[in-house]
Design a protein around this ligand. Structure first.
Ligand code: NDP
Length: 502
């Protein structure tokens, strides 16, 4: 059984209509087309956006180019930019309830979780504001009497920022403030499913004092609007979060003009648990790791690699706790697992579960879609007897589905953990220091949690190995990512001639 929180009808909720932000003006798409977003938790239209075409993307890129080449933003002092970012953070905090509501009705995530994400996002804007003032190069006064070397950090230029639907406000906040801190100008494209909070961010940035053309926000589909943002010669860098497939396409597009690319892609993250672990703590983290954001999370702990001696007990206890997880109305403050982003995505998740069952996995809990009268929902699901070669153990399901695999030796656990194409994050559970460090060093993932899962902080870099991505977000180098390095090689005194001695 699953605890159901039946959604309440949205009642007199008004459909909110948005324009796009190009060159400091709020505008319709060139051809007047719009997109409607149906709330995944309530099954009704909640937002209407402009469906931009490539001509709109080109206008936005041209505005960002002008703002970079001729505008004040890259020429301001870091202190001035930092003050504007701090003001933006205050305005985000002031409008956090509105932004969280928009993310919850459009993505289906629980409102209490969305509010937490807004708090995290405001913190990231403040962190980026602090880093803005610390951006600096290097000098070399050690190259002999005749030479002084200075290494500058310059803003890279125009950055295309493309974001997905699972953490609409948080993910744009992992990119945009750092690009702005460096002095870059930007074109931002949120997912066509969850554009509202990013558009409100545009209002916030205007109010905070970001000049026209520095942040342009366009809405529309990936192929129509995202693609030109990855190919246009006036774009200098792309920062993308989304699927590995589109990430690959983005990199191929960027190769035509050799743009810098930062990619945050999928994950199939293992949690490895040893018999000496604090099992109570682990059970809670396993349930949280698998069902947070309905599993629609690149960091989801969707693969448990459990020592054979405790596999039965662990699976039974996770099943028991899963039965207490509250699933349903994204707007109910008690809800822990909300709606699934689209009906098509729900079908994809259910397809993984039925394929795994046919292939020999056992459903220890859940396994089916839930009918709550409106919207689309999936029961928290545990699959046991999963083999490492099954699709459900190797591919990103992006739903509340946990696969339980077993191991006997540490080497075997590491081999299973490293046997897939992804390497975003991992967890290890043991009271033994050596065990934790051995796993921490040998698992190929961008983050390894020890006796915890999915904790994070603005100070800690985030990103993946292998097909989970390229580059790191957050952390103290996050602003540098949006810069070019320039060497000033200065000669002092008489130069020695090349052809003839002077
Ligand atoms: P996508 O990779 O398709 O979408 C991510 C962003 O890229 C969206 O803004 C999308 O636009 C845009 N996009 C799509 N096609 C192109 C293109 N040709 N050129 C440029 N931009 C493009 O992910 P989905 O949203 O379709 O999700 C599919 C799967 O991806 C999920 O099931 C999950 O496995 C994975 N995923 C991983 C995420 C992560 O955090 N690592 C986040 C989201 C998804 P639009 O959607 O508006 O068309």
């Amino acid at each position: 059984m699953t605890v159901l929180v039946r959604p309440k009808a949205l009642g007199d909720h008004k459909v909110r209509t948005f324009q796009m932000l190009i060159d400091g003006k709020w505008v319709d798409s060139a051809d007047g087309r719009t997109i409607e977003r149906v709330s995944p938790g309530h099954g009704v239209v909640v937002s209407r956006y402009q469906a931009a075409a490539s001509v709109d993307a080109e206008r936005a890129i041209a505005a960002a180019r002008r703002a970079f080449d001729d505008g004040p933003w890259p020429r301001m002092t870091a202190s001035e930019r930092s003050l504007i970012l701090l003001k933006a953070a205050d305005l985000i905090a002031a409008r956090a309830d509105e932004l969280a509501f928009l993310d919850a009705i459009e993505s289906g995530k629980p409102i209490s979780q969305a509010k937490g994400e807004l708090g995290g996002a405001a913190d990231i804007w403040r962190y980026a504001a602090a880093l803005a003032r610390d951006l600096h190069g290097e000098s070399y006064n050690t190259l002999g009497d005749g030479t002084l070397g200075v290494v500058l950090r310059e803003a890279i230029g125009v950055v295309s920022i493309i974001t997905p639907w699972n953490f609409p406000f948080l993910i744009v906040s992992q990119k945009l403030p750092f690009a702005l801190a460096a002095g870059c100008t930007t074109v931002v494209k949120p997912s066509e499913l969850t554009s509202a909070s990013t558009l409100v961010l545009g209002e916030i940035l205007e109010a905070a004092g970001v000049p026209a053309g520095v942040v342009n926000i366009i809405t529309g589909t990936g192929p129509e609007v995202g693609a030109p943002m990855t190919t246009h010669p006036d774009v200098d860098m792309i920062s993308f979060t989304g699927s590995t497939g589109v990430g690959r396409l983005t990199m191929a597009n960027a190769a035509q003009t050799l743009k810098k690319v930062s990619l945050e892609l999928g994950g199939k993250n293992p949690q490895i648990v040893f018999p000496d672990a604090n099992i109570d703590e682990f059970i809670d983290a396993a349930v949280f790791g698998a069902y947070f954001n309905a599993g629609e999370c690149c960091n989801a702990g969707s693969r448990l690699i459990v020592h054979r001696d405790i596999a039965e007990e662990v699976t039974a206890r996770i099943a028991a706790l899963s039965a207490k997880v509250k699933v349903g109305d994204p707007l109910d403050p008690e809800t822990q697992v909300g709606a699934i982003i689209t009906p098509q995505h729900l079908e994809k998740i259910a397809g993984y579960v039925s394929a795994a069952s046919k292939d020999g996995a056992a459903v220890a809990h859940g396994g089916e879609a839930l009918d709550l009268g409106m919207g689309q929902f999936m029961a928290p699901t545990i699959l046991s007897s999963v083999r490492p070669d099954m699709a459900v153990a190797r591919e990103e399901v992006f739903g509340p589905v946990l696969s339980v695999l077993t191991f006997e030796t540490t080497d075997e656990a590491i081999r299973i953990a490293n046997s897939i194409d992804y390497g975003l994050s991992a967890g290890v559970w043991s009271r033994d220091f050596d065990t934790c460090l051995t796993i921490g060093r040998r698992v190929r993932a961008g983050t390894v949690w020890m006796n915890t899962f999915m904790d994070g902080a603005s100070e800690l870099p985030f990103g993946g190995y292998r097909q989970s991505g390229l580059g790191r977000e957050l952390g103290r180098h996050a602003v540098e990512d949006y810069t070019e390095t320039k060497t000033l090689n200065m000669h002092i005194g008489a130069r020695t001639g090349w052809w003839m001695p002077r």
